[in-house]
Design a protein. Structure first.
Length: 113
């Protein structure tokens, strides 16, 4: 069994419609459309667990247009562990923590005039 990633999905696509699209290329075990936690709106991608014909489904559906959007279908990569960033910063943080300067001598400031 392979888990397939389906990207660039129209937000209006329902689980039944996606299941029917993939069942034309083999048995489908599960369809999971990813939604936003706060709004409940589809985020534009989904995962489809395909029993046997995953490669056939990828070949047939990758690039196929659905409601004017070209689908991106490939084998899903395993979820990786997210590393905890320092002090809760998500990315780009900018700046150094206090510990980065621990072994440096304090330098006097130049006057500003």
């Amino acid at each position: 069994m392979k888990n397939l990633f389906v990207g660039n999905l129209p937000h209006s696509t329902g689980e039944a419609e996606l299941r029917a699209l993939f069942e034309a290329h083999g048995a489908v075990d599960r369809v999971s459309i990813v939604t936003d936690r706060e709004t409940g709106r589809a985020r534009g991608f989904a995962f489809v667990e395909d029993a046997a014909e995953a490669d056939k489904a990828i070949a047939a559906l990758n690039g196929k247009e659905l409601e004017g959007r070209a689908l991106k279908v490939n084998e899903a990569r395993p979820k990786t562990e997210r590393s905890a960033s320092p002090r809760g910063q998500r990315s780009g943080g900018g700046g150094y923590g206090r510990d980065d300067y621990r072994d440096h001598a304090r330098q006097p400031r130049e006057p500003r005039w």
